[in-house]
Design a protein around this ligand. Structure first.
Ligand SMILES: C[S@@+](CC[C@H](N)C(=O)[O-])C[C@H]1O[C@@H](n2cnc3c(N)ncnc32)[C@H](O)[C@@H]1O
Length: 203
């Protein structure tokens, strides 16, 4: 991604999401993020829209974000914890070092989803949990076809975002035991409305 693209995406991000956040995404974030416990790693933390939802049970907070313009906004919002500029596919942390990993709207964007999931498993303690909230490939074949067709344009608009990933299947392939709920992202384009959220445990 170009540096200019990264700057524009970061500058517009909160405004682009505002309608969806107000219409319900913020409540879904709270439901997922408030479950974080112990030493917590959030990947691709963006501008920090999850920060307000961490409770006192999240005793130690590490936020990773590979894009500098996003990381700058994240630091400005930070009231506790630390920001580490790193991609999810190369996490600079020891094996078995986190109780919770949080991923919201990131597994659509990581260039290599399989590798990112391997890294998440590696840094999670054996009894740790991945808390996720992601938009995903539609079960409706017609919508899924549009998600495939519009992939190049959407990747450009969404700064690397893939609207057509079957993330639940990828989690299962990566060996996670998954509990999830499906829902629909409000006030969002049809190709990014199908969403899942839940808990994945390393098998
Ligand atoms: C759609 S935004 C989501 C931001 C935030 N998680 C949220 O819920 O609002 C996708 C984020 O993934 C980040 N990202 C891009 N490539 C990444 C990678 N390889 N590893 C981790 N995060 C990545 C982007 O910089 C961006 O902050």
């Amino acid at each position: 991604m170009s540096k200019l693209g990264a700057r524009v995406f970061a500058a517009m991000y909160d405004r682009m999401l505002a309608g969806t956040e107000e219409a319900g995404l913020r409540d879904h974030r709270r439901a997922i993020v408030s479950q974080a416990r112990g030493r917590v790693l959030e990947i691709g933390a963006g501008t920090g829209l999850n920060l307000e939802h961490y409770g006192p049970e999240a005793t130690d907070l590490v936020l990773t974000e590979p894009e500098e313009p996003m990381a700058r906004r994240l630091r400005a919002r930070l009231t506790r914890g630390e920001v580490v500029e790193a991609p999810a596919d190369r996490l600079p942390f020891a094996d078995d070092s986190f109780d919770t990993v949080v991923s919201t709207l990131v597994l659509c964007t990581v260039p290599d989803q399989e590798r990112a999931l391997e890294e998440i498993r590696r840094v999670l303690k054996p009894d740790g949990r991945l808390l996720f909230l992601e938009h995903v490939r539609s079960h409706d074949a017609k919508v899924a076809r549009w998600q495939d067709r519009l992939l190049p344009a959407w990747r450009f608009v969404g700064h690397g975002c893939h609207p057509n990933r079957d993330t639940a299947a990828a989690l299962a392939r990566a060996g996670f035991a998954v509990e999830l709920e499906s829902w629909r992202m409000p006030k969002a384009p049809a190709i990014v409305r199908p969403a899942i959220e839940g808990v994945a445990r390393p098998g």
